[in-house]
Design a protein around this ligand. Sequence first.
Ligand code: FES
Ligand code: FES
Length: 190
Amino acid sequence: MPKSIPLRGPTKAPAPIERLVVKLDVNGRTHEVAVRPADVLLDTLRNELGLTGTTRGCDMGTCGCCTVHVDGVATLSCLTLTALVEGKKIRTIEDIAPLGTDLHPVQEAFHRCGGSQCGFCTPGFIMTTVALLEGNPRPTEAEIRREISGNMCRCTGYLKIIEAVKTAAAELSGEAARGNGNVDSAGDDS
Ligand code: FES
Ligand code: FES
């Protein structure tokens, strides 16, 4: 009679995962949070800090919904370990409007140009666009297309988003205020 072989050894409760206490600078405020080594910034922002404006789409770095700024650079928070951004300046969609206003000019441009429909992708596009225009106030259309290529939208077909970025660029660089802001010229690659 063959002996039965146990499929598993004796079960042992897994050791609890140690948490690290990290100090995060988010939107100009310091937060102390206890995180597991594998926790990503998207979860920390949404679940620990209640900053749910940053949305979760694919959770694997392909949709851009979760874009925030880390030291001014557009960054996918679903792929960023929270423990690694201690000491860096994190900025989210909740803090993007200038003091005393409700909307950033980029948000206004998206609203006016129809660059947002269901809105799920919009925080990511806004954060990508703001980082782009802070570094390059008058991007060509090719530069805009390249910069937003990591952000996906299922609703708008992208043309209105590109128009919104051009409009925001013209306004922020003062052309619209001077009355000579030909929005279409913002996309002139020649
Ligand atoms: S949720 Fe981060 S890229 Fe999609
Ligand atoms: S506005 Fe709906 S996914 Fe972009």
